[in-house]
Design a protein around this ligand. Sequence first.
Ligand SMILES: Nc1ncnc2c1ncn2[C@@H]1O[C@H](COP(=O)(O)OP(=O)(O)OP(=O)(O)O)[C@@H](O)[C@H]1O
Ligand SMILES: [Mg+2]
Length: 425
Amino acid sequence: MYLEKNQQVIWQQKSKLCSSDEEFIIPLHLNKVILIGRDANKCNLVIKNPMVSSVHAIVWAIKFDNHTPALIYIRDNSTNGVLINGNLIGKNNTRMLFGNDSIDLRGGIIMKVSTSTSTSTFSHPLITIGKWEISNNLVGQGTFGSVYIANKTEENSLFAVKHIKPSQERVRVSEREKERFKAEAELLLSVNHTHIIRVHEAIVSNNELYIFQDLVCGGDLFSYLVSGDRIAAIPEIETIVIIFQILKALEFLHNTLNIIHRDLKLDNILLEAPLPFTRIYICDFGIAKKLGNISQRCKTMVGTVEYSAPEIFSNHYNSQGYTSKCDIWSLGIICHIMLSGVSPFYSDKSNDEMINKASLGTLNFELLQFQGVSNKAKCFIKSLIQIMPEDRPNIEECFNINWIKLNRDLLDRVYKEKVLGSYGY
Ligand SMILES: Nc1ncnc2c1ncn2[C@@H]1O[C@H](COP(=O)(O)OP(=O)(O)OP(=O)(O)O)[C@@H](O)[C@H]1O
Ligand SMILES: [Mg+2]
């Protein structure tokens, strides 16, 4: 997917190294990062200057959907630093770029961002709530909320804010919505985990609800997999590293906090950067449930049908409730989509059809899309997507399935060096 013409982002480089003062234009494409640095084998823009690191900076554009303008980010990967309008970003930190921003790559290399979209800066925040300024830069949208870029007045860093308005037919937020909101905020305010979105404050103002959280700049897993007008598979090594991180997050949620997420899906997994082996964060705890203990069951029908375990809709289980095994099913669906590009029970006709397909639980690994996927990976999916929740592994057992267990040394290494490190550049 390319940026439409009027949304194309252009860079202009005026470098002292250039013999003439000629303009150097780099168009940015969605889902493609641009590496800037000295190493000609790795970088799309090569700068032969000893002040510049082999990969000095990484730039990318993210668009939530076709209706929202692209947001541009830069990550500092350098030894000597990158300055945006004179302010140092700091190694391994990411900043958002706005039109006319000047990027100093050191060594006399100054680049300028030029964009025809109306990405405004914080000089004109839309509203201010407490110590927060909220812009009109949309980073995402879901059934319940719209997520915008926010700024904390005393700090020079950006955040995300999920804004929940009363539904259109009503002017007031219902007590139920407020309860849901309070629950989401309270759950998250107390959670501190490497792979779970960090929430800083929750505010109700003018009958509207705001949850301020860390901004995760690489888009969600859904956008990462979008290629043209379809979802495309990613390599098995990339998939397993993402699954490994989700397992770590679920281990903490299920075992330490007794929380069931209940809405695990591609859209609710955020990426630090749109790169292989990046760090992921689980977001959207809008319908998560804290249980007294993890074997307790819940009874409300919630979640996104395409990813929902059959017991959520079954009469038998409705009388008994369902457990954290519903997250294990959704993880199986996520893994199936990442490895093949195919959502196993998806139907564009109706929810009922999806529910029927899921209740049969038939998987087809003979699909062309599964050629090249290892048997271990297929077995992993098969054991997670089992109709009877008691047949599915719990989170510890997931770590013991061969696909994960036999790759554990590799996973631990990639996790330490790339996921928590700097992608090995
Ligand atoms: N902290 C964040 N940083 C960057 N992007 C975010 C952040 N939180 C959410 N998003 C983006 O916004 C989208 C919607 O946010 P969220 O899932 O919280 O809303 P929702 O209305 O509860 O969604 P759903 O329809 O899944 O219930 C996400 O899919 C993601 O793309
Ligand atoms: Mg969501």
